[in-house]
Design a protein around this ligand. Structure first.
Ligand code: PXL
Length: 279
């Protein structure tokens, strides 16, 4: 039976991130991708100014209730960038309308990077996101988001193992779900994630590509979600997602070093299908 994901994110009309990343990647993995757009913006909010913003908060629950009335359930709910405390509450509620006994809820608590909250988020936003993470089966914070949610002091890479393990243990107190902590680096050559399940941490790494592009966290969690639904373990899903994201960054750096709108993941979709064993 074909699997189905509900991706709950904003639509940034230009600038590859959120739904315009999740939909093509998860669909390419052979998984139906239903969407609940939480807002429509003319661009994403990083590096653009004067973007338009159409709030769709009041549609979240009616969409979920309509699906329920049609008997529609999903194998995974994947939430990403959410614009307000109210949206966090409503997404938490919407999951209950869509789930069956096997549904997994993947929360990427998108709100911060490099030690700072993204523009527009109030200082108490991480506490709200923490409540959504408590409901999740899998969370994928980066180091900054993990620090904000656990009250840990932010440090930049490379890290001591003890710092990462303390952060993972602090996250395990806010959720019983599995944890994929991204942005983990113990040296200058490799970057990856700490995967925590059943009381154990497993590390995965990819060769580090020295470049920063917007939307790469959305690529990572979209591929992770697809790989989990295709039956891969947490750590092999994280390895695949990390390798794929690094490949997209590398290609983009080689071909368009000045690119600020997102990476060329489209060119790498055939490779993704091979990595997932689809063809
Ligand atoms: O990639 C995460 C993301 C999604 N949507 C919007 C954003 C961001 C990150 O800044 O601004 C609107």
């Amino acid at each position: 039976m074909q699997k189905r994901v509900a991706a709950i994110h904003d639509i940034s009309c230009f600038g590859k991130c959120s739904i315009t990343v999740a939909l093509p990647l998860i669909s390419a993995a052979g998984i139906e991708t239903a969407v609940i757009p939480t807002a429509v913006l003319s661009t994403h909010t990083a590096g653009f100014k004067d973007y338009t913003f159409r709030d769709l908060t009041e549609d979240i629950i009616p969409v979920a209730k309509h699906w329920k009335s049609e008997g529609i359930t999903v194998d995974a709910v994947y939430s990403g960038y959410l614009g307000s405390k109210e949206q966090i509450d409503l997404v938490g509620e919407a999951v209950d309308y869509m789930k069956n006994d096997d549904t997994i809820f993947v929360v990427d608590p998108v709100m911060a990077d490099h030690g700072v909250l993204y523009g527009g988020f109030a200082p108490d936003f991480p506490l709200e996101m923490k409540r959504l993470c408590a409901k999740a089966d899998v969370i994928t914070p980066n180091i900054t988001e993990a620090c904000f949610m656990t009250g840990t002091e932010y440090k930049s890479a490379p890290y001591e193992k003890e710092y990462i393990e303390n952060l993972v243990m602090a996250l395990s107190k806010i959720t019983n779900g599995k944890i994929v902590l991204t942005g983990v680096a113990f040296n200058e050559q490799e970057m990856g994630a700490a995967c925590y399940e059943n009381g154990k941490i497993e590390y995965i790494f990819s060769k580090k590509v020295d470049a920063m592009y917007h939307g790469t966290g959305d690529i990572f969690t979209s591929v992770l979600t697809a790989a989990i639904l295709r039956g891969k373990t947490l750590s092999s899903s994280a390895q695949l997602a990390s390798d794929f994201t690094a490949d997209c960054i590398k290609l983009t750096k080689e071909s368009y070093p000045e690119m600020t709108y997102g990476v060329n993941f489209e060119a790498k979709i055939p490779d993704l299908l091979k990595m997932l064993g689809i063809c």
